[in-house]
Design a protein around this ligand. Structure first.
Ligand SMILES: Cc1cc2nc3c(=O)[nH]c(=O)nc-3n(C[C@H](O)[C@H](O)[C@H](O)COP(=O)(O)OP(=O)(O)OC[C@H]3O[C@@H](n4cnc5c(N)ncnc54)[C@H](O)[C@@H]3O)c2cc1C
Length: 481
């Protein structure tokens, strides 16, 4: 079994790293599906546009997704109707449907070989108590004019209390998509640089300076497409959302043309890729239930011998279930908080930000504005978000979760710094600092994927301390033997 996402098992095009000061009109920070969709959307923009990625294009959260392209997103429309109103729910539905149509159009027009497959999307309840959630979503979709079908058994023969499905949705290979789209987005004026980590931004009267290594980029506008913004001010992102962590396996299976997700809890989500079936489960608020072995074990029980890939992933959940897309201050824009539906929402973001950057009107921009007002869900979830981050911070300090570790890794103190030491199967020691450089939480070790993970805001580091996910701007490596 490989403990990497199935999508990462391909070779992607390499881009140069930036090694000098430059000037650009628009700087896009982050080369996940958000950044690359935006670079493509701005393809005909004559201004100088530079996209910088701290690691490799696509290898962040995008490469760990289940990559369903669907507008049936559990009970999102009922939630938006209750928290906002019918009109907001309808606009999110329309924006998502349009994004799917345009994305498929781009894939076809540009002949992007990303294994796009048209499938039906299912939403289902396993117990009687959850049937009302499915019914509510069915009703609102019908009010929108959508054709919805009912079932009591999924195509993989799993019996359900009640399910619905819709047509004209898709699944694809997210890295093949990002890789191909990146290649065709580069023009004389538009550039991509990898291994270029922006660690701070300074604002001047009519320009910004973004810093990386010993160099800087001068620019007029900045788009933060970096999933979790790494700075605290001005937007104080840790108060605007929380991390949801989920676990995925891919096992050999007949390909069935459907994708499905149920009402929580526990969550079960399915899709197929070639001769593999992907199952997602054990989702939890990233601040709690962080015994990764236990969480994976629930999936490994399915049929361990056939599992080819296993991995986990984090996404940002917003407090009111709508993504944050738009300006957070003059000439700085954000696109994040996709509530685990970023394949479509990143496309919505690319169209909205393209229009905003080109001073055009976008009919959906208003509902996604990051500075939108409070709603009752937002107030309730703000409390939950503050309490869960506070809990995980304190818990990480008082309890190093030693019960998860079984002596590997072990810890030592050197010059008042706690170091975590993982010894691999070749007896090689991998030594890291176990304090997250973002806001100082102590890290947990994920024994299955061999990563150090922050329970507060989701930063993930490999055994040698390189940051591979999350807001941390710095690695935690030290020289070990
Ligand atoms: C388990 C799971 C399953 C999911 N399944 C689905 C699904 O089926 N369908 C769906 O629609 N969505 C799904 N999602 C959600 C979706 O995968 C994400 O919302 C989406 O991939 C986020 O893309 P992104 O470009 O914003 O982030 P990323 O892909 O993480 O891209 C951000 C990039 O910014 C870079 N970066 C960060 N900081 C810096 C810096 N300082 N300087 C330079 N670069 C930087 C990172 O290295 C990274 O490459 C799922 C999420 C999870 C957790």
């Amino acid at each position: 079994m490989k403990t990497i996402p199935i999508w990462q098992d391909i070779k992607l095009k390499d881009y140069p790293s930036l090694d000098k000061d430059i000037e650009t009109d628009i700087l896009i920070i982050g080369g996940g599906i958000t950044g690359i969709n935006l670079l493509y959307a701005l393809k005909d923009d004559k201004r100088k546009i530079t996209l910088v990625e701290r690691n490799k294009i696509g290898m962040g959260v995008t490469s760990r997704s289940t990559a369903k392209i669907t507008f049936l997103q559990q009970n999102i429309y009922s939630k938006l109707k209750k928290n906002f109103n019918y009109d907001t729910a309808f606009k999110y539905y329309k924006a998502t449907k349009e994004a799917i149509n345009k994305m498929v159009h781009v894939i076809n027009e540009e002949k992007i070989a990303c294994d796009l497959q048209k499938v039906d999307s299912y939403y289902y309840a396993l117990s009687k108590t959850n049937v009302n959630k499915v019914n509510e979503e069915q009703n609102i979709l019908k009010d929108f004019g959508e054709k919805v079908y009912e079932i009591t058994e999924l195509p993989n023969k799993i019996k359900v209390e009640k399910g619905i499905y819709v047509k004209d949705t898709y699944v694809f290979h997210p890295l093949k998509y990002v890789d191909a789209l990146a290649k065709i987005s580069i023009t004389n004026n538009h550039r991509i640089y990898e291994n270029t980590n922006i660690y701070s931004i300074e604002a001047y009267d009519d320009y910004f300076i973004a810093y990386f290594d010993d160099h800087k980029i001068k620019c007029q506008q900045i788009v933060l497409a970096c999933h979790y913004p790494y700075f605290l001010f001005p937007y104080v992102f840790p108060l605007k959302g929380y991390i949801e962590k989920s676990y995925v396996i891919a096992q050999k299976s007949k390909n069935l043309p459907f994708s499905a997700i149920n009402v929580k809890n526990p969550i079960y989500s399915y899709r197929f890729y070639k001769d593999y079936g992907l199952t997602l489960s054990s989702s939890h608020n990233g601040s709690f239930k962080n015994n990764h072995e236990d969480n994976f074990a629930k999936l490994f029980n399915v049929s361990k011998d056939k599992i080819a890939y296993a991995w986990s992933n984090n996404d940002i959940m917003t407090l009111d279930n709508l993504p944050y897309i738009g300006p957070i201050m003059d000439n700085i824009y954000i696109a994040t908080g996709y509530n685990t539906w970023g394949m479509t929402s990143s496309f919505i973001a690319s169209l909205a930000l393209r229009d905003i950057l080109q001073n055009k009107t976008n009919k959906y921009a208003e509902i996604f504005a990051p500075k939108r007002g409070l709603t009752k869900d937002k107030i309730l979830n703000l409390g939950i978000s503050i309490a869960s981050s506070g809990y995980s911070f304190i818990d990480s300090k008082v309890n190093l979760n030693k019960s998860y570790y079984n002596n590997n890794p072990y810890f030592i103190k050197k010059d008042n710094v706690t170091l975590g030491i993982y010894v691999d199967s070749d007896n090689k020691k991998h030594i890291v600092k176990i304090k997250c450089p973002h806001l100082g939480c102590n890290l947990l070790f994920n024994k299955v994927e061999k990563t150090w993970e922050c329970p507060c805001h989701g930063s993930v580091f490999n055994v040698d301390g390189k940051c591979i996910l999350g807001p941390s701007n710095y690695d935690i490596s030290i020289n070990g033997d």
